[in-house]
Design a protein around this ligand. Structure first.
Ligand code: ADP
Ligand code: MG
Length: 253
């Protein structure tokens, strides 16, 4: 079982879209996938067709130790993957975890109980470098960083890269950046091409070959409770994410 965090401390950069579409893409190529929603906004949960208001238990209970992963994971109806769902209750976990033993290893320990049930676990992180994100980073073998090719993109990356280095040094020797994924890309915008070139110059092979275009079907899909990959398989965005899933599987070989 490979565990990846989808992280970037900025909001609105495409973390959730990447998580659910990569999960659907991996499921489509025959992988057993669990999505862990670590964002109290519950967007990955809703975007997988699971009502965040009806969750009982949720990932909150898993972190606090009152429910197991096996009894909490729910089937996402149209996608073929499973989800540990989140809702606003999870915001409270941040405070409640502080008093607990092994507070940054709660998720890691919980996921260890399902290691033969899944090929991939994808953790959708909140837009912060909080204790929740830390639980994700401590659990993971690697981080996938979605990013838009905009002017401050590289600057914003340094905080995340430093956090990953610290977690690697102190809490999780396995953690590495699997790759940077260029998302919402519009090749007609010269600046985006320039930033994309800078990224490749700076991070080399850590930049995934697949590029996710800006595509309205990917943005529409969540309101239908599914990822773009299943909502409109023939769309450019869906095809790019299936290609990305193949690239991820290929990279691990
Ligand atoms: P985050 O989880 O980092 O906050 P989201 O995945 O929720 O970011 O994406 C932010 C917004 O951008 C959402 O409305 C989403 O539907 C939209 N979006 C994400 N990726 C694309 C894309 N490739 N093309 C068009 N819209 C996108
Ligand atoms: Mg999100």
């Amino acid at each position: 079982m490979r565990i990846f965090c989808v992280a970037n401390q900025k909001g609105g950069v495409g973390k959730t879209t990447t998580t659910v579409n990569l999960a659907a893409g991996l499921a489509q190529v025959g992988q057993r996938v669990l999505v862990v929603d670590l964002d109290p906004q519950g967007n990955a949960t809703m975007g997988s067709g699971i009502d965040k208001r009806s969750l009982d238990p949720s990932v909150y209970d898993v972190l606090l130790g009152s429910a197991t992963v096996a009894e909490t994971a729910r089937e996402s109806p149209k996608t073929g993957y499973r989800v540990l769902g989140a809702n606003r209750e999870l915001a409270g976990a941040e405070v409640e975890l502080v008093g607990l033993e092994q507070r940054e290893r709660r998720l890691k320990n919980a996921l260890a109980t399902v290691k033969s049930d899944y090929d991939f676990v994808l953790i959708d992180c909140p837009p912060s470098l909080s204790l929740l994100t830390l639980n994700g980073l401590v659990s993971a073998h690697g981080v996938i960083v979605p990013m838009q090719c905009e002017y401050f993109a590289l600057e914003g990356l340094s905080d995340l890269v430093n956090t990953i280095k610290q977690v690697h040094a102190n809490l999780n020797r396995e953690l590495e950046i699997i790759g940077l994924l260029r998302v919402m890309f519009d090749p007609r915008i010269t600046l985006q091409q320039q930033v994309s070139e800078q990224l490749k110059a700076h991070f080399g092979a850590k930049v995934f070959d697949t590029v996710i275009p800006r595509n309205v079907r990917l943005a529409e899909a969540p309101s239908y409770g599914q990822p773009g990959v299943t909502f409109d398989p023939s769309s450019k965005g869906a095809q790019a994410f299936v290609e990305f899933a193949r690239e991820v599987v290929q990279r691990l070989k």
